[in-house]
Design a protein around this ligand. Structure first.
Ligand SMILES: *[C@@H]1O[C@H](CO)[C@@H](O)[C@H](O)[C@H]1NC(C)=O
Ligand SMILES: *[C@@H]1O[C@H](CO)[C@@H](O)[C@H](O)[C@H]1NC(C)=O
Ligand SMILES: *[C@@H]1O[C@H](CO)[C@@H](O)[C@H](O)[C@H]1NC(C)=O
Ligand SMILES: *[C@@H]1O[C@H](CO)[C@@H](O)[C@H](O)[C@H]1NC(C)=O
Length: 429
């Protein structure tokens, strides 16, 4: 109220004393801001007749302040304030009062005001401005202690900014992409703004920076800060490895002959420096792991002497340490491997053939032996038979001669003895 009355009074006084029309524009020597926190902020002073004069804060507004900022080459006016906040002791005499600008003037001198050295406007109330100036670079950091991420993770950035009244938005830019990937609004009290890049993909690996906008001037417009220093992030995508086995012999599929050498090769489609392959064998009684550095895309685990302990399901995985974190791929499909005894010389079939063959031979030999024995018995006729024959011949009137009878006699063509069945068989012997 007092200020308002003061302004009216000052205005009246100004009209009475000097008035607007009396001001000599040729006497104008420029504008400056003093005692602010940077070279584009402070109390406004005009050089008139080679003397720095201050401006009364009554009626001082953003439009007038914006004219000052533009004239100074200090961007846009972010805020206005009054001298007491900057310089409690006050400046010199206040000579410009009731400044009124449309906002488009090229200099404060072209705005409407009263020039009055006898102004009663308190020096505590001189006009001040905070222009945007060249906006300070923000500082971008990654919230986590590492800058290497796995596909699908979220990356949390912080963009640190100077607290500003008229800050509007903070943007996250990827190097080489014109539009911001993330935009976050900020409030004036924030000194850092969180920017989240969620569900990252490998193509999002790269260099990032942030920028902020401030709204200023009159009519209001957005002014963008310079970008922060870049921050690089790496996005790791470990693809599932492939694996296969090779063995020296042509053993049946899925198996290795005991004692033979074999090897298992693990291969990855995408390589990272310093990575390694891990081969895991799952046996019926436990799991065995071994690792080899992945100097190239594929690595071969060799086994010189296949034993039953090598039997089981083999899995490959790819692991790498990057930026202090360990990344592990998914395991490959299981590769079953059996270890077989070498082919026996006598297979069961051969053995059964051999057994039946031997049995057959033995049977034949037995039959022949029996037959021979019987046969020999039949060839030597018994005493009774000999006597019977002798008797037969004797009764036919021949001189029996036991000593000369027998085999010699039976060979006689005239005498055909009765054939015995066993003799027939023996004759075939
Ligand atoms: C970020 O990556 C770029 C290339 O992508 C490289 O030139 C720059 O040196 C890296 N900066 C840092 C801090 O690692
Ligand atoms: C190893 O095994 C793979 C797959 O079974 C086959 O493609 C490759 O030719 C074999 N390599 C050798 C050297 O036997
Ligand atoms: C793996 O086994 C195959 C077939 O036995 C052989 O040709 C190849 O040289 C072996 N590779 C290594 C690295 O031992
Ligand atoms: C598992 O069995 C294999 C032979 O089949 C043997 O060499 C190995 O020591 C056994 N492991 C355990 C933990 O019992």
């Amino acid at each position: 109220m007092l200020g308002f009355l003061g302004a009216i009074f000052t205005g009246l006084l100004a009209v009475l004393c000097d008035g607007v029309g009396d001001f000599d524009a040729v006497a104008y020597g420029g504008v400056r801001v003093q005692n602010g926190d940077h070279h584009c902020s402070g109390t406004v002073e005009l050089s008139l007749h080679e003397k720095w004069e201050t401006v009364c804060g009554d009626g001082w507004d953003l439009r007038a302040a914006n004219v000052v900022c533009a004239e100074l080459g200090c961007g846009v006016a972010e805020s206005i304030s009054h001298g007491a906040e900057l310089d409690p002791d006050g400046g010199g005499a206040i000579t410009l009062t009731s400044v009124h600008c449309s906002g488009h003037e090229s200099s404060l001198i072209h705005c409407n005001f009263f020039f009055n050295r006898l102004s009663i406007c308190s020096s505590q109330n001189n006009a001040a401005v905070k222009c945007s100036g060249t906006l300070m670079e923000p500082v971008l950091t990654v919230r986590s202690s590492h800058a290497v991420f796995s596909v699908g993770e979220s990356v949390h950035f912080y963009c640190r900014i100077q607290p500003r009244n008229r800050i509007s938005n903070v943007h996250l830019y990827k190097h080489g992409v014109d539009t911001p990937l993330v935009t976050q609004s900020a409030d004036p009290t924030q000194i850092r703004v969180s920017l989240v890049l969620s569900d990252v993909e490998t193509f999002q690996q790269g260099s990032y920076s942030c920028q902020y906008d401030i709204k200023g001037g009159s009519p209001p417009k957005l002014v963008r800060s310079p970008p922060s220093d870049p921050v690089n992030i790496t996005v790791v995508d470990l693809l599932t490895p492939q694996h296969w086995y090779n063995t020296s012999s042509d053993s049946p599929a899925g198996s290795v002959i005991k004692g033979e050498s074999f090897n298992i090769t693990c291969s990855t489609p995408r390589q990272y420096p310093g990575a390694s392959f891990q081969l895991r064998l799952v046996r019926s009684n436990g799991t065995v792991r071994q690792s080899l550095p992945a100097a190239s895309r594929s690595v071969t685990f060799t086994f010189a002497n296949a034993q039953s302990a090598n039997e089981g399901y083999y899995y490959c995985l790819y692991r790498v340490q990057l930026g202090g974190r360990t990344f592990v791929s998914r395991e490959s499909q299981p590769l079953p491997l059996a270890v077989k005894d070498p082919d026996p010389l006598l297979s069961p079939m051969v053995i059964s053939w051999l057994v039946s063959g031997v049995t057959f031979v033995i049977a034949v030999v037995v039959i022949f032996t029996v037959a021979k024995v019987v046969c020999n018995k039949e060839k030597k006729p018994s005493e009774l038979e000999r006597e019977t024959r002798t008797y037969v011949w004797t009764s036919r009137g021949l001189n029996p001669s036991p000593s000369t009878s027998g085999p010699q006699q039976t060979g006689s063509s005239s005498q055909i003895p009765v054939a015995h069945p066993l003799l027939v068989a023996a004759g075939n012997c």
